[in-house]
Design a protein around this ligand. Structure first.
Ligand code: ADE
Ligand code: ZN
Ligand code: ZN
Length: 264
């Protein structure tokens, strides 16, 4: 009881102080929803079994939900990777505490290992859904000195915010759409284009996000006032990143669960 009061108080404290929460719930759920729609039959069955019927949209926010729990603190650095804007991921020394690229690799490893428990697989599947989302938020591949733009304060429609949060959630929340409504309003691509997006290898996802991050950094100043104009210019990128993340998540899950083996 005491513990649960403490947990809800600390959750309140964190939200009142605007602690970053990645794509926000809506963004992460959109990605899970898109992925669910692109699962093979075998993958859908294996995942349904592992998650006891929970959807990928529902599972997608688990990675953020455990952040206020002390024993999960070691997962905090797994949500992002910070590196200099002029270096590619392959050129930097990987952080010993882990990063979002290593996190995705680790989760896939647990899912593909026939000796890991069902509980372990379910935990890492939930995290995988979350981290594939995070790696597609351009500022989750940001600079260390401003913590992925968290240190670049801006006024968002007159309200104090920062450029990281604008990309995590302010733009998305501004539309006040449910995740299913937003998922129905993502860009349309041909089958051939979808295939090209879905099969882009994991090794390129970090550098790709960094490409967008460079533009975002180059296009903002400390204390800048941002509103409709910024949203109009950048929301197409947000929608595309959510869509790409969903397609890619489905692709890696389809490969991982090519033949149903979740009982393993
Ligand atoms: N904390 C430090 N760097 C961060 C980043 N790039 N994204 C989210 N949280 C962070
Ligand atoms: Zn974030
Ligand atoms: Zn996250």
């Amino acid at each position: 009881m005491i513990k649960s009061i403490f947990l809800s108080l600390s959750a309140l404290f964190i939200s009142a102080h605007g602690f970053s929460s990645d794509w926000g719930q809506t963004g992460h759920r959109v990605i899970g929803f898109v992925a669910q729609q692109h699962l093979s039959e075998a993958a859908a069955a294996a995942i349904d079994d592992l998650l006891d019927g929970e959807s990928l949209a529902f599972a997608s926010t688990y990675g953020d939900e455990i952040r206020s729990i002390k024993s999960y603190k070691n997962y905090d650095p797994w949500h992002y990777v910070n590196m200099p804007l002029d270096k590619r991921y392959a050129e930097v020394e990987p952080s010993e505490k882990g990063d979002v690229f290593q996190a995705i690799k680790h989760c896939l490893g647990v899912l593909q290992d026939t000796s890991t428990s069902r509980e372990d697989k379910a935990f890492h599947l939930r995290l995988l859904v979350h981290f594939v989302g995070d790696i597609h938020q351009p500022l989750h591949v940001g600079r260390a000195e401003d913590r992925g733009g968290n240190g670049i304060k801006v006024l968002w429609f007159g309200k104090k915010s920062n450029i990281h949060r604008v990309w995590d959630s302010e733009m998305i929340n501004g539309y006040q759409m449910s995740y299913t409504e937003l998922a129905q309003n993502l860009p349309r691509h041909s089958e051939v284009e979808q295939e090209a997006i879905a099969t882009t290898p994991l090794s390129q996802w970090v550098d790709e996000s960094q490409g967008y991050a460079k533009q975002i950094y180059g296009d903002v100043e400390q204390d800048q006032r941002l509103g409709y104009a910024y949203q109009r210019i950048h929301f197409p990128t947000v929608r595309f990143r959510l869509y790409a993340a969903g397609l890619r998540l489905a692709h890696v899950l389809n490969e991982t669960f090519a033949t149903s083996k979740s009982k393993g």
